[in-house]
Design a protein around this ligand. Sequence first.
Ligand code: ADP
Length: 262
Amino acid sequence: MEENVIKDSNKIVIKIGSSTITSEDGVVNKEFIDNLAIQVKELIDQGKQVVIVSSGARIAGVSTLGRWSRKEDVNYKQALCAIGQVELMDSYRIIFGKYGTHVAQILLTREDFNSDNRTLNIRNTLFTLLDEKVIPIVNENDTVCVEEIKIGDNDMLAAQTTVLWNADLLLILSDIDGIYDKSPVEHKDAKLIELVEDVHELENKISIGKSSSFGTGGIHTKLEAAKLVTKYGIKMMVANGKKENIIEKLANGEERGTVFKP
Ligand code: ADP
């Protein structure tokens, strides 16, 4: 039987990019969160465990406050994240709650992963929440760290969380079907790469265009994330979170993305 990364994985980290959680008009896409909640519930009912890493605090901050959207000053961006994080978690809490699922907020910085004491604490909290079937929702703590605002878009934070939890799969949901040989926005003939066995080799083969309007990390940080998780023997997949029931469709082979093999 052909292997299927979703079906074959029990511990799954799902990373939601800014472009995925945002509607065209720049507000948090509640329908997306609703569809995600249904699919995560299904995974839990199948006996799997799920950790979510979600971007979108800044966009939620802009739409809540109705100003500062054009401020480039990093302090304003941090302030927007502080405002929007509440809004974002509120959406997750209300929508996941409709399906009887509790969520918990975990705010981390990349430095937290360098400390044994902190990683132990993070691990203990994660395990306790998951044992109780509560879904941890991780985001960067932008008050103390500005990496995500500047470049990361949580791809690396998701990869570090995946390694720390020793998950089976990091599923990155973006606004694109996967990694292409060139930017699909700029080139109509771009081809989707379905399987990557060597990230370094892929890096030399493809050309990377600009990231989408709400995204920040683009493809570079996704490849860096793939390097980290595959080094630890963990699979990664990039797929299109804009498509309805994407996780279910990936599981039954109706949709495809890019799989990175360890
Ligand atoms: P996210 O917010 O999900 O992290 P980004 O917007 O930062 O996503 O990155 C995804 C975007 O990168 C895609 O929408 C696409 O426009 C762009 N892109 C550029 N080059 C490529 C490529 N070679 N393959 C796939 N996407 C690419």
